[in-house]
Design a protein around this ligand. Structure first.
Ligand SMILES: [Zn+2]
Length: 108
């Protein structure tokens, strides 16, 4: 197996999807309309998540949270609650959303 298999076809399919533009733009207006997940991390998130964009070939789109969870992805609580109060947010928002972390630190 290649360590970092690039899949141009999957990447192109993602890049052609209008939802991907919303993710890149972190469009708050897209929140609730769909979710996206990253295969390499097993996490799904909302379009306006502050995480840096994942590689398009690892991205999948889901219409609902249920759909994403049935596909085996888990949510990141602090990302899903944009209106957390400071006191409640302090402990978890310090952890960056992991949705696109592991592609930078690829496990051996
Ligand atoms: Zn997130």
């Amino acid at each position: 197996m290649k360590k970092s298999a690039r899949n141009p076809e999957l990447a192109t399919a993602t890049e052609r999807n209008p939802r991907w533009a919303s993710v890149l733009a972190r469009d708050p207006g897209a929140d609730g309309k769909f979710y996206y997940s990253v295969r390499t991390t097993g996490v799904y998130c909302r379009p306006s998540c502050a995480a840096r964009p994942a590689r398009p070939e690892n991205v999948q789109f889901h219409t609902t949270r249920e759909e994403a969870e049935q596909a085996g992805f888990r949510r990141w609580p602090s990302s899903m609650q944009p209106r957390l109060r400071k006191s409640a947010a302090s402990s978890i928002t310090r952890k960056p959303c992991p949705i696109s972390i592991s592609w930078r630190r690829t496990p051996a």
